[in-house]
Design a protein around this ligand. Structure first.
Ligand code: HEM
Length: 524
C-alpha cells in the first residue's frame, strides 16, 4: 500500500514538475490571485471563528430576499422565524456589511438597549465611506446618530431642548391644505407614496430650518429634485456593500458626479441659512415667535448660545441633514402604510373617524387640530402604534459594539463584536404577537395584548437613551395629518389595484411602493 502511494507520488511529481517548470511567471501570479480570491470569497461568507457557534442566517439568502423585494413578513417568516421557533434569541448574519449578532428576543433587547455604555454605537454603514463620498459630505461621520460619549452628550445637550420645546402643530396643519389640493385633483388614483414624501419633506424643511421646499406646489425652484438626487444614493444598499470602492466611482460615473454636485448645492444652502439664522437671533429677530413654533435650527442655535456657543456651522449642518435622513422617508412611509392599512380595514377607519369627529366636529370645512384636541384622542394613538408595529419603516437598528466580553443568552460575545436588534423579528414574530399579520390597534388599548409583554417587543423608535430624538415630532405630525385627512375623506384601495390583497413591494426595505394608489372620496 505505502509502496503504491510512493510510486504514484513519484510518477505524479515527475510529470508535474516539468510542467510547472515550463509555466510562465504570469501563470503563477494568476494562480496565486485566483487562490487569494477563493480565500477572500470563502472568508466573506464565513463568520469569524468566535461567531461560528451562533445560529446563523445566510448572508446570501438575506441578499436574495432584498434583491427580489420580498416583504418583511416573508423575509422574517422564511429566514428568522425558524430560528426563533427553535428557541434561539439571537442570530448572526453579515448585515448590513459586517458580521453582526442580531437580537430577536424582547428581554435581551431590553438588556442591550438600556446599557448604552456597554453597547455604544458603531458607525455602521458610515464606516466604509471616505470623506468625499456624498454620504459623509452630507451627514459627516460624527453626527448625533453615530457619535458616542462626550461628543454625543454635547450634541444632545443642544438638541434635547430644541425637540422638547418645538411641537409645531400649526406648521404641520398649514401644509395639509396643499396636500388636499393635489388629492382633490387625483381623487380616484392618488399616488400616495409620492404625495406623502412631498408632504413630509415640506413639513420637515419648514420645521427643521424654516425652508419651504414647495414640493407639494410642484417644486418650482427644483429643491425637491436636488434633494432626491442624493437621497436615492444614500438609500442604495449596493453602495453600502461596495463602500470600499466608493472613492473610485466618481472617476468613471457621470451619475456619481451629478450626486456630488447636488450634495454640495444642498450643503451650501443649509450653511447660508444657518449663518443668516445666527445673525437674526443675535439681532433679536426671532424673539416674538412662540417657542413651540420656532424651527429646530433656531432652537439649537439658541441652546448652543446658552451653553458655550462652540457648535460649528458644519456640525449643525450634519445634524440638520441627519434629521432629513432619519425623519423624512421614515414618516412618509409610515403615513403611507397607515392610510393603506385604514383603507384595507374599513371598520378601523370608521372607528377612528368617529373619534376624530367627536373631538373636531363635522362642519364641512378644514379644521386644524390643536395640541389640546389631539390629547383628547386615544384610538388614533392605538392605530399609529399598531401601524408602526405592523408596517414600521425601520427593520434593524444600527449596530452597537460590545465594549467588553459579555455572555449573551449563553453565548460568549468577545469585546468588539457588533450587536444589533432585529426590530422586525420583535414586531412580526408569533412568539411575541398573536396573528402578527393582522392589523389590530386594540393590541395597544389599556390591558390589551401589549401590556402583557415583558421586555421590548415594540421598539419602532428604539428605546433607552438612544431612542429616536424625533419620536414625538413624528407622532404629532402623524396625528395632525391623519385627523385632518379622515375628517375630509373616505379612503379606499382602488378595485384594480395590484395591492388590493397585500402590498407588492418594489424596493428592498420596508418602503411603500411607488405604484401604490389610493382612492379618496370627499366627505365635504
Ligand atoms: C416614523 C418616524 C421615525 C421612525 C420610525 C424613527 C426611528 C428611529 C430609530 C429606530 C432610531 C434609533 C436608531 C438606532 O439607534 O439605531 C432613531 C434615531 C434617531 N431619529 Fe428617528 N425615527 C423617525 C422619525 C424621526 C424624525 C422626524 C426625526 C427628526 C426630525 C428623527 C431623528 C432621529 C435622530 C436624531 C436619531 C438619533 C438619536 C441618537 O442616537 O441620539 N427621527 N429613529
Amino acid at each position: 500500500m505505502i509502496e503504491n502511494v510512493l510510486k504514484n507520488y513519484t510518477v505524479t511529481f515527475e510529470q508535474i514538475l516539468p510542467m510547472l517548470q515550463k509555466r510562465s511567471k504570469a501563470s503563477y501570479i494568476g494562480a496565486a490571485i485566483l487562490l487569494l480570491a477563493v480565500q477572500q470569497v470563502y472568508s466573506f461568507f464565513t463568520p469569524p471563528k468566535y461567531l461560528r457557534s451562533f445560529p446563523r442566517v445566510s448572508f446570501l439568502a438575506m441578499i436574495k430576499s432584498f434583491y427580489i423585494n420580498e416583504s418583511i413578513f416573508q423575509r422574517n417568516k422564511k429566514l428568522v422565524a425558524p430560528l426563533m421557533n427553535a428557541g434561539h434569541k439571537l442570530y448572526v448574519s453579515r448585515l448590513p456589511i459586517t458580521w453582526t449578532v442580531y437580537i430577536t428576543d424582547p428581554n435581551l433587547a431590553k438588556k442591550v438597549l438600556l446599557k448604552t455604555e456597554n453597547f455604544p454605537k458603531s458607525s455602521g454603514i458610515f464606516e466604509g465611506f471616505g470623506n468625499d463620498s456624498p454620504i459623509i459630505k452630507f451627514l459627516g461621520n460624527d453626527n448625533v446618530a453615530v457619535s458616542n460619549g462626550h461628543k454625543w452628550k454635547n450634541q444632545r445637550k443642544i438638541m434635547n431642548p430644541a425637540f422638547s420645546r418645538s411641537m409645531p402643530v400649526k406648521t404641520f396643519g398649514a401644509v395639509v391644505p396643499h396636500l388636499f389640493a393635489l388629492i382633490d385633483q387625483e381623487s380616484e388614483n392618488v399616488p400616495i407614496t409620492t404625495r406623502m414624501k412631498s408632504f413630509t419633506l415640506d413639513v420637515l424643511g419648514l420645521a427643521a430650518f424654516g425652508f419651504d421646499f414647495q414640493s407639494l406646489k410642484g417644486d418650482p425652484e427644483g429643491w425637491t429634485k436636488t434633494y432626491n438626487i442624493f437621497i436615492v444614493t444614500l438609500f442604495n444598499p449596493w453602495a453600502a456593500i461596495f463602500s470600499k470602492l466608493d472613492f473610485l466611482v466618481k472617476y468613471f460615473s457621470a451619475e456619481r458626479r451629478r450626486v456630488d454636485r447636488a450634495t454640495d448645492k444642498f450643503n451650501d444652502m443649509i450653511d447660508a441659512l444657518t449663518n443668516k439664522r445666527r445673525q437674526d437671533i443675535e439681532n433679536g429677530l426671532k424673539n416674538g415667535i412662540p417657542e413651540n413654533e420656532k424651527d429646530l435650527l433656531t432652537l439649537m442655535i439658541e441652546a448652543d448660545m446658552r451653553e458655550d456657543g462652540n457648535t460649528s456651522t458644519e456640525e449643525l449642518r450634519h445634524n440638520i441633514a441627519l434629521f432629513f435622513l432619519a425623519g423624512h422617508d421614515t414618516t412618509a412611509h409610515t403615513l403611507t402604510f397607515c392610510l393603506y392599512n385604514l383603507a384595507k380595514n374599513k371598520d378601523i377607519q370608521r372607528k377612528l373617524r368617529e373619534e376624530i369627529l367627536n373631538v373636531l366636529g363635522d362642519e364641512p370645512v378644514d379644521v386644524f387640530p390643536t395640541l389640546e384636541e389631539l390629547k383628547q384622542m386615544n384610538y388614533i394613538n392605538m392605530v399609529i402604534k399598531e401601524n408602526l408595529r405592523h408596517s414600521g419603516p425601520v427593520d434593524m437598528l444600527m449596530s452597537r459594539i460590545a465594549s467588553e466580553d459579555f455572555d449573551l443568552d449563553g453565548f460568549f460575545l468577545p469585546k468588539g463584536t457588533k450587536v444589533s436588534v432585529d426590530i422586525s423579528a420583535l414586531h412580526l414574530s408569533e412568539k411575541n404577537w398573536k396573528d402578527p399579520e393582522l392589523f389590530l390597534p386594540e393590541r395597544f388599548e389599556d390591558g390589551g395584548e401589549h401590556d402583557d409583554h415583558s421586555g421590548f417587543s415594540w421598539v419602532p423608535f428604539s428605546n433607552g437613551s438612544r431612542q429616536c430624538l424625533g419620536m414625538n415630532f413624528s407622532l404629532t405630525e402623524q396625528r395632525v395629518v391623519l385627523a385632518m385627512m379622515l375628517r375630509k375623506y373616505e379612503i379606499d384601495i382602488p378595485e384594480n389595484s395590484i395591492h388590493r390583497d397585500r402590498i407588492v413591494y418594489d424596493k428592498p426595505f420596508n418602503f411603500a411602493p411607488d405604484s401604490l394608489d389610493l382612492k379618496f372620496t370627499k366627505r365635504y
